[in-house]
Design a binder for this molecule. Structure first.
Ligand SMILES: NC(=O)c1ccc[n+]([C@@H]2O[C@H](COP(=O)([O-])OP(=O)(O)OC[C@H]3O[C@@H](n4cnc5c(N)ncnc54)[C@H](O)[C@@H]3O)[C@@H](O)[C@H]2O)c1
Length: 386
């Protein structure tokens, strides 16, 4: 298949590009290197040194025999992104190209507006470009499980639910409750995709994904093929952040009571799920929701897991909860449905969490010196109520 990846320089985008070329697909990649710059803006960097796009593409060609076509452009530029979509008419467009940090979106009005602007405008450009120039393209849009918040009901894996108001029944869209401006930008994206599907019949898979962890996939076999790994208080997701804390001999720091329950998956399982969703599109004109995760943990359980594995590597990590910078439920019900991926054969994690954490810590151990200079950026500085 011919697949365009928007955001190919990112954590998941690069790993997916490799998975797809390794399986014989043609990949066209787009990125404006925004994440590289924005992570440096908060004084941080990827934990694993990141090769340039040229080096990565050259190495990928050497290892997998296929060249990724790369375009450095901002998807907010409608003329440029629509010209590219018109030229390639891809079978699928995978859209990762967004500002993806909740704390970054909460810094101030400027960062909140940047997040809304970048994410919503990019999505609408892609929707219009598909409609005008490539109506048979399947849009695979990456959203987040964080769109749902933490409701007391089971989280459906569908666009609509039946409800009754004043005794009258109708379908409504599944209720959402984002926990940051970033999460609300994803909710707005979802509404826009649903609307485009309704009026133009655009075929779409809207993925609600949980936080991703890991440094390796089957294809990331050497340093020149590394993908980024963020760990700081603004850009790091929880397991990756705990692993860097352990390597630096710092305490592992769950936020608040540590009872926040989330749905997780490894980078390997994320790219394999995406590959299967691309290769098995919904019917033409269908809007498909996918709750993409393999495991559910509280952030305290994860701290205990990382501590136990760190011990095996001779690292004595202490757990020290810190004040929660976010406004979120710290003890709550959480039960999302998961039907689409099991039908495509993604039934359980491909590797256990302890094995995956062991692999992350083993990779990070080689970069302890590099990480030393980033000690100061691990603690959260952005507070939701400030
Ligand atoms: N990493 C996770 O744990 C996780 C979990 C759930 C959902 N997601 C979502 O998955 C997607 C990918 O996440 P990631 O962790 O790989 O993020 P990332 O920041 O590493 O990758 C996103 C890429 O998109 C690019 N980009 C951003 N805006 C762009 C624009 N306007 N034009 C062109 N390129 C642009 C960035 O430069 C970056 O390389 C994001 O949409 C994110 O919200 C990530």
């Amino acid at each position: 298949m011919k697949i365009m990846i928007l955001g190919i320089d990112g954590y998941i985008g690069w790993a997916l590009g490799l998975r797809l070329i390794a399986n014989g697909h043609d990949v066209i990649g787009v990125d404006n290197f925004y994440t590289r710059k924005a992570v440096r803006e908060v004084g941080s960097d990827s934990a694993l040194p990141l090769p340039s796009m040229e080096t990565r593409i050259k190495e990928a060609k050497k290892v997998f025999g296929k060249e990724i076509q790369f375009y450095n452009l901002d998807i907010k530029n409608f003329a440029k992104i629509s010209e590219l979509i018109k030229r390639y008419k891809p079978d699928a467009i995978v859209d990762f190209a967004e500002q993806r940090s909740a704390p970054y979106s909460m810094v101030d009005a400027e960062h909140a507006i940047y997040t809304m602007h970048n994410n919503i405008e990019g999505t609408i450009n892609v929707l219009y470009a598909i409609k005008q120039f490539s109506p048979d393209t399947h849009l695979v849009k990456m959203g987040t499980m964080g769109e749902y918040g933490t409701p007391k009901f089971d989280i459906p894996e569908s666009a609509f639910v039946n409800t009754s108001i004043n005794g009258k029944e109708d379908l409504i869209t599944v209720p959402k409750w984002g926990g940051s401006w970033y999460h609300w930008s994803k909710v707005h994206d979802t509404n826009d995709i649903l609307f485009a599907n309704k009026i133009w019949g655009i075929t779409a898979t809207d993925i609600m994904q949980g936080p991703v962890y890991g440094t390796r996939t089957k294809e990331i076999v050497n340093k020149k093929l590394f993908t980024r790994l963020d760990f700081d208080g603004v850009w790091g997701t929880v397991i990756n952040r705990y692993c860097v804390e352990a390597i630096l001999g710092m305490p592992l720091t769950p936020y608040g009571k540590g009872g926040q329950t989330r749905a997780f998956l490894s980078l390997e399982d994320s790219v394999e799920s995406l590959k299967r969703l691309i290769e098995n599109p919904p019917n033409k004109g269908e809007y498909r929701v996918v709750n993409q995760f393999t495991e559910i943990y509280t952030v305290m359980e994860l701290a205990n897991e990382v501590k136990a594995i760190a011990e095996k590597l001779g690292i004595n990590a202490e757990i020290k909860p810190i004040e929660n910078p976010r406004v979120e439920a710290e003890q709550h019900y959480y039960n999302p449905e998961r039907n689409v991926l099991p039908k495509l054969g993604i039934l359980k994690p491909s590797r256990t969490l302890p094995d995956e954490v062991y692999a992350i810590l083993s990779d990070l151990k080689n970069y302890r010196k590099r990480l030393e200079k980033y000690r100061d950026v691990l603690m959260p500085k952005v507070k939701w109520r400030d």
